[in-house]
Write a protein that binds this ligand. Structure first.
Ligand code: F6R
Length: 243
């Protein structure tokens, strides 16, 4: 596990975008695993800037997103499909047919999860998976649990995640109660993992996840066992790790 410290959010975003664009330059038809949430917005903005300058080309890039709320249509501005188009896909030359987000509107959850898992495998797996970190240690929507979920599945969101995400909705009641997410096993199969994290509010969970015991109660702690993980955090988020 390599940890890079950035002085602030902007520098974190720039470093993360550097790592992702290096992947695209080295393998133009790579599979990028992508995340939503507030943390990666600056990273996507930076990639768009470099794309506009001609420094990075998404023409052959393929993407798979980590997760999607269950029940939200693609045109709902809180869906992760909408988020990805707004922050990245509609701003670069990626082919829409090369982008993938779980279909939150598929009524048969098992069918959609199996389809998504098979899709990732058929693409040859993820070359680099971008992750954010939840305050409770979740990655994707893999919430603290008694065991690690292996594959893409449907989850019930915890109260703490509903609470954290309600800022994006009119009220907590409007936050969907379920989501489709890659499993921990799916995430661990990525060839490389890039986790980005910023802000003092995440300092405790960063220390716990990457320097504490490996337990499904802190889902991100499993990343300690992956052989190619890069964490890029700002100074505030890394302020409680042992030096
Ligand atoms: C998003 C995702 C989540 C977020 C996490 C952190 O696709 O899978 O695990 O990465 O909730 O969210 P932010 O970045 O908003 O703090």
């Amino acid at each position: 596990m390599k940890i890079y410290e950035a002085k602030d959010y902007q520098e974190m975003s720039r470093k993360a975008a550097n790592i992702l664009s290096a992947q695209v330059i080295l393998k133009p038809d790579c599979v990028l695993g992508l995340a939503t949430g507030s943390t990666p917005i600056g990273t996507y903005d930076q990639l768009v800037e470099w794309y506009k300058k001609g420094d990075v080309d998404f023409a052959e890039v393929k993407t798979v997103n980590l997760d999607e709320y269950r029940g939200l249509t693609r045109d709902n501005d809180q869906s992760y499909y909408y988020f990805m188009h707004k922050h990245l896909f509609d701003r670069v030359n990626i082919k829409p047919e090369n982008t993938n987000v779980p279909d939150g509107t598929e009524p048969d959850a098992d069918k959609e999860c199996a389809r998504y898992e098979a899709l990732i495998a058929s693409m040859g797996g993820v070359d680099i998976q971008l992750l954010g970190l939840g305050h409770n240690g979740h990655i994707g929507f893999n919430e603290p649990a008694g065991s690690f979920a292996r594959t893409t599945h449907c989850v019930d969101l915890t109260e703490s995640t509903i609470e954290a995400n309600k800022r994006f909705f009119a009220s907590a009641d409007d936050v969907p109660r379920q989501a489709f997410t890659m499993g921990i096993g799916t995430i661990m199969k990525a060839k490389k993992i890039l986790l980005i994290v910023n802000g003092e509010a995440k300092a405790d969970i960063v220390a716990k996840a990457f320097f504490g015991p490996i337990t499904p109660e802190v889902p991100a702690s499993i990343l300690q066992l992956h052989n190619d993980v890069v964490i890029v955090g700002d100074s505030a988020a890394l302020s409680k790790i042992p030096r």
